[in-house]
Design a protein around this ligand. Structure first.
Ligand code: SF4
Length: 230
């Protein structure tokens, strides 16, 4: 076999290998998206990092929402880091919320050092989350964008972060956090956009309480008062 023929055979072999992995990864990602069942999350994450683009193109070809690929990646990352996250005390955790979760008539103002300062008017779910988080000892920041979020992480230097955003942004945010040695957990928005977005508040509360055991529900004022009195 000549040199040129050998190169041709190798090229075809590599192409077939890439195609096979793309098909397998597309099926795996789709299955995780539908079932949320994950085995060997570290292996899946490594392969997703390599085959991100071809898998997205395949989803697009079959008219499946490509955002699902980012969503699956965040689910896999959550699984990998959940145990480590649970060991971080609440005082070392930072919750980063996007400003688009606010009510359109939100009266809060932007503080360049703290983000948007919620005045707990009650028009959106942030007031309740902030109260619960603060009762647990966790800090909440509301940010106008990814750059501001990165600045807040640099400023507060948390050991763990809970990020809420659209799947593509939280995936990016989680990767930045990991680069800085911050353990991430993420909760994707149910409805993305610039305003009037939505999140599963119960899921966010579940993540906030990871590793805190059977912490009493301090959002209940009566319980809180009883604890303080005792
Ligand atoms: S609860 Fe806070 S964030 Fe939500 S609308 Fe009121 S002030 Fe804005």
């Amino acid at each position: 076999m000549g040199f040129v023929s050998l190169i041709g055979v190798i090229a075809i072999g590599v192409l077939l290998l890439v195609l096979s992995f793309t098909v397998v990864m597309t099926i795996v990602v789709y299955a995780i998206w539908r079932t949320r069942n994950i085995i060997l999350p570290e292996v899946i994450l490594a392969l997703m990092n390599i085959f991100d683009y071809p898998v997205k193109r395949t989803f697009w070809f079959f008219k499946i929402d490509t955002e699902a690929v980012d969503l699956v990646k965040t689910v896999v990352m959550n699984k990998i880091y959940e145990k480590q996250f649970s060991k971080i005390p609440p005082q070392e955790r930072l919750i980063v919320l996007p400003q688009c979760l606010r009510h359109v008539n939100c009266p809060a103002r932007l503080d360049p050092n703290e983000g948007i300062v919620c005045v707990k008017c009650g028009l959106c779910g942030i007031a309740n989350i902030k109260e619960e988080a603060e009762a647990l000892g966790e800090k909440v920041v509301i940010v106008p964008g990814g750059t501001f979020a990165a600045r807040m992480m640099k400023k507060f230097r948390p050991k763990a972060v809970i990020g809420v955003a659209c799947p593509a942004e939280i995936r990016e945010g989680a990767e930045i956090a990991m680069k800085h040695g911050i353990i991430p957990q993420t909760v994707p928005l149910l409805r993305s956009g610039c305003v009037n977005t939505a999140v599963d508040w119960d899921e966010l509360k579940r993540v906030m309480k990871l590793g805190i055991g059977n912490a009493p529900d301090l959002s209940d004022t009566m319980t809180k008062k009883a604890i303080i009195q005792n």
